[in-house]
Design a protein around this ligand. Structure first.
Ligand code: SAH
Length: 395
């Protein structure tokens, strides 16, 4: 064995045999050779059996991420190219009513640490691991060749890069950015700021849920909490909501949401806006005697890791409890969690506890999740992060 390799402790090969693509540093018995961060290493069991080819990162708790399960497969530009093609072909097979979609979603597409989002003719590339970083030039060249009509902007500024020992990096990599990027989602237009917007610019993962929830907005007073640039509210307005109150702590986001109402020729008089902290705003709305027929709660990630689940649970309980108190009988609540550290099961328990304390009875009408361009691989449950409950007040 001359190639660099990670030899696992006895018994620690089990998760890899089930094709889970991470090797935690605690599972590693010894390292053969002196692989640099991002280098491809063989992962072997204590008895020397080949398990996978993976990208090594000495700086991360996740010491290696799998590129391939096959000993005969070479980790090279051709492998990257095949993975990119498969990821793009999968999205082409989906009935996505938008020119904005996630084309590559990390591990679920066999490309750990690589995210590629398309906003009309602008691609946003986000690399979050040492392995992805090592293949940066190759990935960039392949993506540019595959989609030559697109500009490419890098947003490798996600916080998770710090856990991998990588500094943030942003900037234009190919083509030119148009002054304004306008996307079209289910008949509505949105402007996306890929340079300063959240994530890579827009919450693509909520695309299907926005339409699903808007179907219950007709004739109702809607409360859109954590509105960002207004997407849920815009869809509700278009579906005939009587009024929409949008709340976000970011004045910039609310200004963009207001611009979206005008851009789509929707009725500004049916809109109300608050730049406020949702935790406080919900209490003020209750004191003011306000009631709503549809409430959306789409907060930011309260718990990126399981260690933070307790604190997150208190946050979720608080906003859900206070939102439920504003719900008219027969009203609808669409409540979400995008915390990887809070499971769907735990989230439902928290919401059930909130309903009990609020004194309302809620019927679970649908479980919601991330749109299918953010695929979930059964071998990699960590890829499932967005979960939602669509609830109807029945008392
Ligand atoms: N629903 C949106 C995405 C929401 S992202 C969509 O479909 O596009 C979460 C939003 O919550 C961000 O815009 C952020 O500015 C806002 N936010 C974070 N903490 C907040 C708080 N305590 N009160 C109000 N808004 C908050």
């Amino acid at each position: 064995m001359s190639e660099p390799a990670l030899i696992l402790k006895p018994g620690r090969e089990k998760s890899l045999k089930r094709r889970h693509p991470w090797v935690y540093d605690g599972a590693v018995e010894r390292i053969l050779g002196e692989p640099a961060a991002g280098a491809t290493v063989a992962v072997r069991s204590a008895s020397g059996d080949f398990l996978a080819w993976a990208a090594y990162n000495p700086a991360s708790r996740i010491a290696a991420r799998v590129w391939s399960w096959h000993e005969a497969e070479v980790v090279d530009a051709a492998l990257m190219s095949r993975r990119i093609d498969a990821a793009i072909a999968y999205r082409a097979s989906l009935p996505i009513d938008s020119d904005a979609k996630r084309l590559i979603y990390g591990e679920a597409d066999g490309l750990p640490g690589v995210v590629l989002d398309r906003y009309a003719d602008v691609l946003v590339l986000q690399l979050t691991t040492a392995g992805a970083e090592a293949w940066r030039e190759t990935l960039l060249a392949l993506i540019a060749k595959r989609l030559p009509q697109c500009a490419i902007y890098e947003r490798s500024d996600a916080e998770v890069r710090a856990l991998e020992g990588l500094p943030p990096r942003v900037g234009l990599l190919a083509g030119r950015l148009p002054e304004v990027i306008t996307i079209h989602e289910a008949g509505l237009k949105f402007e996306v700021d890929v340079v300063r917007g959240h994530k890579t610019g827009f919450y693509l993962d909520q695309r299907d849920n926005r339409r699903c929830v808007a179907a219950f907005a007709t004739g109702r007073d809607v409360l859109n909490c954590f509105a960002y640039t207004g997407a849920f509210g815009l869809h509700a307005l278009a579906a005939g909501a009587r009024s929409v109150l949008s709340i976000d702590s970011s004045a910039e986001a609310i200004a963009q949401a207001q611009a979206h109402v005008a851009l789509n020729g929707l009725d500004a008089e049916r809109c109300e806006w608050q730049v406020a902290d949702v935790f406080q705003a919900l209490r003020r709305l209750r004191d003011a005697g306000r009631r709503f027929g549809l409430i959306i709660l789409d907060p930011p990630k309260f718990a990126p890791t399981h260690q933070m689940a307790d604190k997150a649970a208190r946050g979720y309980k608080d906003i859900n409890l206070n939102a439920m108190k504003l719900l008219v009988p027969g009203g609808w609540l669409a409540t979400f969690s995008c915390s990887g550290g809070v499971s769907a099961e735990l989230f439902q328990k928290i919401v059930a506890g909130a309903a009990w304390d609020a004194g309302v009875r809620l019927r679970l009408r649908a479980r919601l999740r991330q749109a299918p361009d953010h695929p979930i691989d059964l071998d990699y449950p960590e890829g499932e992060y967005l979960k939602g409950l669509l609830l109807e007040r029945v008392d």
